[in-house]
Design a protein around this ligand. Structure first.
Ligand code: MOS
Length: 764
């Protein structure tokens, strides 16, 4: 632990307050803990196996669950024979739609701020089949092995109905306008088609990205029991509060009757939310009157947890003779189901990428009978920047310009669509520093001409952007004790990215206490407020909440200090925390320690609980994380095997709070981008809607030998309009990486692969 490195306080300049977003006073300070590399506080627990994940929580008389999955894409269950399963050794219960308790359909994500249902389908309430893999029965047994065996004895027959399982059939049925969070995915400025046809330089291509399945190391699972009328779920989730509220709606319970606990999550990436297994598990626990452990198999995750859906995207860009863009067209389709709410909004990055005279951006959706697709790390941006950033590279080749220069030339001075000023955008600096460090000037422009033996070598680059979000509703509760310790409670999540550690850093810095005096509690739906680990916004949301609670704490302490204190007469705006004391910001001789204030008031502790300020900053500025990715690859000229040799991410994401965990986030995202570029593809059988490669032996992700030296740098320029000056970093790493790889493949071989993943058959 880093101890005792305390900040020096500097008051804010009076003109630094700007309507719509109050700059955090921390921006103006010299920092002690913030920016210091701190190892994860939860790390030792995890490597020693002492962290209890949701499907490892102990309970007396636990019943183990196994699911039976439908084998047709659409229709009705004709017969469902569970007799052999019920008679199998150790079986406690077989639950199907015939004996499941009555439940409401979960409220669909987006239908209210706290609704997180993956689809608005009722769960195990009728004989209808909506996707190939839908659970049709759950078996509870005394051991997992007995449950797994008994599930194999359930026999179903179906009356099959016509289904849409091919992209062609879905397109023939007609696309619909895409809606993302209630907003149409459609933007038009000027006549982009006319500008395109008039442009002296132009490209116009179709890019395709496949389905991707979620593969967090921790399989989805929950340990569930009923305590009287209270439902307790130890779950692996990115949204404890909203999950509890949605499940309460399913079972007609009051919000306080559902308690979700989720202290450890072994990777989420958008997948650790509500799926049908928690609902079915809770219903079975009720029916059996016993705690249930439902731990999905890897195949089970593929069958019932949705992933990233497929897209087909047209990108057309027109440019003048000098390279300035006149037209940007980015349109196409994403596949969805009739029952979910996630249209893979691939135009979001294009809305802020480059300046142009005209834009035509749209996403339409086509519907297929499949498991509800969902968020997957940078939903929209990850696949959208693949298309856009490959297109930029193609245009650069057309014009005969360096692709970095072309990007810098078209850097917008303000948000090209909304017209808002950027709060903090230093992407040109990221490009220049990245190019210098990577040795971009050594790239040979003519493709297919750099050879090392039988290997063709190429370099490519791409930009990534990911929006800054800070969702409303975040809160923090701080309990400060007379002996100089503090507990900080937030309804947030640790999925392995370092949130609990960064929260401790931020709280220690705010409270002026050493980090080892701070106890961070999180991952529990009974903590006030709601902070979702999603949209790369959790850290900003936590920061806003900790700031608000700290301000409330300071106000209480000042009141308590009274007229006998050296702080008498000061307002909370004039006071900050430092070295376990309140201090007048511009006169550090006026100070009193927390212990002294609490002693005089004869209090052992005080509590401050407060909601974060409204995230108004998002209304006044265009706010984003940025990256410049550089990649060098080698393609074997005989076998077409592609090896990534080195990759550099140059990021501009505001202030970096914890360089150690941030570096891991960036690298992890870039590794996921390598998988997207070269390997990952869900094989979906278009005849029957069955996923054919539901395992890590057949769904390929990068292994250590596929991952080269990864270099990560960042600008570390604080955004004055966000809590703590930080932007999100969880999703920017994957964004742009696939395009950088594809562009390097072009530079190496002269082949444009516009259809991910770039497998060797496409290069031969
Ligand atoms: Mo993320 S895809 O917002 O967990």
């Amino acid at each position: 632990l880093v101890q005792g490195a305390m900040s020096k306080l500097v008051p804010l300049a009076p003109d630094s307050w700007i309507p719509g977003g109050v700059p955090d006073p921390l921006i103006a300070r010299k920092h002690g803990l913030i920016g210091t590399p701190v190892s994860r506080l939860d790390g030792p627990l995890k490597v020693q196996g002492r962290a209890r994940f949701s499907a490892e929580v102990d309970a007396a008389d636990i019943a183990y669950a196994a699911l039976v999955h439908a084998a047709v894409p659409r229709g009705r269950i004709a017969t469902l024979d569970t007799a052999a399963a019920r008679a199998a050794p150790g079986v406690i219960l077989v639950m199907t739609h015939e004996n499941a308790p009555r439940m409401n359909a979960p409220a669909l994500f987006g239908s209210s701020p706290t609704a997180v249902g993956p689809a608005d389908l009722p769960v195990m309430q009728d004989d209808r089949i909506h996707w190939n893999g839908q659970p049709i029965a759950i078996v509870l047994a005394e051991t997992q092995e007995q449950a797994d065996h008994a599930r194999s004895l359930v026999v179903a027959t179906y009356s099959i109905e016509p289904s849409i399982t091919s992209l062609k059939a879905a397109k023939d049925a007609g696309p619909k306008p895409g809606l993302f969070m209630g907003e149409p995915l459609l933007t038009q400025i000027g006549d982009a088609e006319a500008f395109l046809s008039a442009a002296p330089y132009k490209i116009d291509h179709l890019y395709r990205t496949p389905r991707h399945n979620h593969n967090p190391i921790e399989l989805h699972g929950a340990t569930i029991w009923w305590d009287g009328d209270t439902l307790v779920i130890h779950d692996a989730t990115q949204m404890v509060t909203a999950q509890g509220l949605t499940i309460a709606g399913v079972f007609d319970l009051k919000p306080e009757q559902v308690h979700i606990l989720s202290p450890y999550v072994g990777g989420g990436f958008g997948s650790k939310g509500l799926w049908v297994h928690q609902i079915i598990g809770a219903a079975a626990a009720k029916l059996a009157g016993r705690p249930v452990r439902i731990a999905l198999s890897r195949e089970g995750v593929y069958r019932i947890v949705g992933g990233r859906t497929l897209t087909e995207q047209r990108v057309a860009i027109g440019a003048q003779a000098d390279g300035c863009f006149t037209s940007i067209i980015h349109s196409g389709i994403a596949a969805m189901t009739p029952h979910n709410n996630m249209p893979e909004p691939f135009i979001l990055g294009t809305k802020v990428g480059y300046g142009a005279d005209s834009f035509k951006l749209s996403v339409e959706t086509v519907e297929m009978d499949m498991v509800a697709n969902t968020f997957m790390r940078a939903p929209g941006e990850a696949v959208g920047t693949f298309a856009l950033e490959c297109a930029i590279d193609e245009l650069a080749a057309e014009i005969g310009m360096d692709p970095v220069d072309l990007r810098i030339l078209n850097e917008p001075v303000k948000d090209p669509i909304s017209g808002l000023p950027f709060s903090s955008r230093h992407i040109v600096e990221a490009w220049r520093r990245g190019a210098e460090r990577f040795g971009w000037s050594e790239r040979i422009t003519t493709p297919g001409t750099r050879r090392e033996g039988e290997w063709l070598i190429g370099m490519g680059c791409a930009t990534g952007t990911y929006p800054y979000y800070r969702m409303p509703g975040a809160a923090a509760r701080i309990t400060l004790t007379r002996n100089g310790t503090a507990t900080v409670e937030i309804a947030a999540h640790e999925m392995g990215m370092g949130t609990s550690t960064t929260t401790a850093i931020v709280a220690a810095e705010r409270l002026g206490l050493p980090m080892d005096k701070i106890d961070v509690r999180y991952g529990d739906s009974t903590i006030p407020g709601a902070i979702m680990a999603g949209g790369s916004q959790q850290t900003a949301a936590i920061g806003g909440a900790v700031i608000a609670a700290h301000n409330a704490l300071v106000a209480q302490l000042l009141k308590m200090a009274g007229n006998d204190s050296p702080l008498a007469g000061l307002t909370s705006a004039e006071v900050g925390s430092e070295d376990g004391a309140l201090v007048k910001l511009d006169d550090p001789t006026r100070r009193e320690s927390y212990a002294s204030i609490l002693n005089r008031a004869q209090m052992d502790s005080i509590v401050a609980s407060e909601e974060a300020s409204q995230p108004l900053e998002m209304m006044h500025w265009s706010m984003h994380s940025h990256s410049a990715i550089f990649c060098e690859i080698a393609v074997n000229s005989i076998t077409a095997e592609t090896r990534v040799r080195r990759i550099l991410g140059s990021f501009d994401c505001g202030r970096i709070l914890n360089p150690k965990t941030a570096r891991s986030q960036f690298r992890g995202g870039m590794i996921m981008g390598l998988g997207m570029a070269l390997m990952e593809e869900t094989q979906f059988d278009e005849r029957n809607g069955r996923i054919m490669n539901p395992s890590l032996s057949e769904y390929h992700i990068p292994v250590h030998l596929d991952v080269p030296d990864i270099d990560v740098i960042w600008t570390d320029i604080a955004d004055p309009h966000t809590p703590m000056g930080a932007h999100g970093i969880g999703e920017i790493g994957i964004t742009g990486t696939a395009a950088a790889v594809a562009n390097a493949v072009y530079n190496a071989t002269g082949k444009r692969v516009r259809d991910l993943p770039i497998t060797l058959d496409k290069l031969l």
